[in-house]
Design a protein around this ligand. Structure first.
Ligand code: GDP
Ligand code: PEP
Ligand code: MN
Length: 465
């Protein structure tokens, strides 16, 4: 908790002075000496088969029992900064969201801020630490998992990162994909469920291209590549102070926060969802957030790969009814100045070709998509007057060469496939969305049902054209 949260005696003074606070208690539920005096040997991962991770949004308290997993033990994180805070935000007119926060500076030196929501293990930490491959562009990190956003007196949306550290997924974090994270992890890190090398260092799948010949796996067993099972748990994690990140912005802790220019929603989808699309309106953006879906990952329960709905990447983390959350987003949008309101986008780094391989190289190359978004924000504010987008049924997509792909070694036809919208398959997506909305009954805001109808209409037009 000392790594993940700002700790300051001022807090104690305020609590003593009677200010409101959220009482939290965590126990792994594994006492070494029980109440009756029975002693138990210590184990590497103490926990209890019986687990209760309980947030009380009305009385604003947290009881976490039986689990040692960071998501359930670091109570300032998902339990407080999302589940309890989202309920506070609903009551007080702000937003607590499962988002990363970055600053992108254009080659002309103009800074923009982007907040992006992806479900767990779908690329937030990677995007937060992105090193742009595009010359002249700069990306700085402000947060990798949670933002609190509040409209200011000028009708702009201001965001802060309420955390002080990163609790990131280790597998897939390597020199090749996320060198900034690897640099962040040089010292003072807590690793959980990773593998150990013979010289006492840590290792996980994807850290290095070369796989060590011998390891102790995350469960303490001998491991060689021939074993054919992962050496590190797929949801193994690192816990590290954000200040250690080489790309952290100088002003990342400024209490007034930064103004948000773009909001992005994304998931892990092998089919249908294009690389990037811009929402036609705030309500359409809320619809894109409400319909986020993703193939299951190791950070969630269920079968890996199965399609799962995760509206706003908040399904496991919202402290109140999800459909009410959408209504709240629509309300907050109404309080913002339409001229400077964040532009909303949807992205998908994970679309696959017929041979099963990723169509888009991802990671640092995602800067190309960010650059297009920033240019779209500039176009919406008349900073630029050229044409950057064309309409598609699912949103505005890059027009012509507005998405800079120079120097990219894309497979033949990959770009077309990345943006292909098949009206028949999308009718299926609409049916699934309708079924999903039905699970919330009449709580789904009318504006979102209208957005679904608009999408169906645009797909019909596409079929006829
Ligand atoms: N193919 C591909 N994989 C990515 C990309 N960004 C992240 N990943 C992988 O997705 C997994 C989770 O990434 P992470 O950034 O930790 O997700 P978070 O839990 O949302 O913060 C890791 O295995 C990454 O290597 C990308 O742009 N393309
Ligand atoms: C901490 C978690 O989230 P994320 O994968 O989004 O970092 C979690 O899901 O337990
Ligand atoms: Mn993360």
């Amino acid at each position: 908790m000392l790594t993940m949260t700002r700790v300051n005696p001022e807090v104690l003074r305020r609590v003593a002075a009677g200010e409101e606070f959220v009482p939290c208690v965590h126990s792994v539920g594994a006492p070494l000496v029980a109440a009756d005096g029975t002693r138990t040997d210590d184990v590497p991962w103490p926990c209890n088969d019986l687990k209760y991770i309980v947030q009380f949004p009305q009385s604003r308290e947290i009881w976490s029992y039986g689990s040692g997993y960071g998501g359930n033990a670091l109570l300032g994180k998902k339990c407080f900064a999302l589940r309890i805070a989202s309920a506070m935000a609903r009551d007080e007119g702000w937003l607590a969201e499962h988002m990363l926060l970055i600053r992108i500076t254009t080659p002309e030196g103009r800074p923009y801020h982007v907040a992006a929501a992806f479900p767990s293990a779908c690329g937030k930490t990677n995007l937060a630490m992105l090193q742009p491959t595009l010359p002249g562009w700069k990306v700085e990190t402000l947060g990798d998992d949670i933002v609190w956003m509040k409209p200011d007196d000028d009708g702009r949306l201001r965001a802060i990162n309420p955390e002080a550290g990163f609790f990131g997924v280790a597998p897939g974090t390597g020199e090749a994909t996320n060198p900034v994270a690897v640099e962040t992890l040089r010292q003072d890190v807590i690793f959980t469920n990773v593998a150990l090398t013979d010289d006492g260092d840590v290792w996980w799948e994807g850290l290095t291209d070369e796989v060590p010949e011998h390891l102790v796996d995350w469960q303490g067993n001998d491991w060689t590549p021939a074993d054919g099972r992962p050496a590190a748990h797929p949801n193994s994690r690192f816990t590290v102070a954000a200040a250690q990140c080489p790309t952290i912005a100088d002003d990342w802790e400024t209490p007034e926060g930064v103004t948000v220019d773009a909001i992005v929603f994304g998931g892990r989808r092998a089919t249908n969802v294009p690389l990037v699309a811009q929402a036609y309106s705030w309500a359409h953006g809320v619809f894109l957030g409400a319909t986020v879906s993703s193939e299951r990952t190791a950070a969630a329960e269920g079968k890996v790969g199965e399609l799962r709905r995760d509206p706003f990447a908040m399904l496991p983390f919202a402290g109140y009814n999800m459909a009410d959350h959408w209504a709240h987003w629509l309300r907050v949008g109404d309080t913002l100045d339409p001229d400077t309101r964040p532009t909303m986008f949807q992205v998908n780094w994970f679309r696959r070709g017929a041979d099963g391989s990723f169509l888009w190289p991802g990671f640092g190359e995602n800067a190309r998509v960010l650059a297009w978004m920033v240019r779209q924000v500039e176009r919406s504010r008349a900073v630029r007057l050229d044409r950057g987008a064309r309409p598609s049924p699912v949103g505005l997509v890059p027009d012509g060469d507005a998405l800079d792909t120079t120097g990219l070694d894309l497979a033949e036809g990959a770009l077309d496939e990345l943006f292909a919208v098949d009206p028949e398959r999308w009718k299926g997506e609409c049916d699934l969305t309708e079924q999903f909305f039905a699970t919330f009954d009449e709580r789904v805001p009318t504006a979102l049902r209208e957005q679904l109808q608009h999408l169906r209409d645009r797909l019909d037009d596409e079929r006829l054209s």
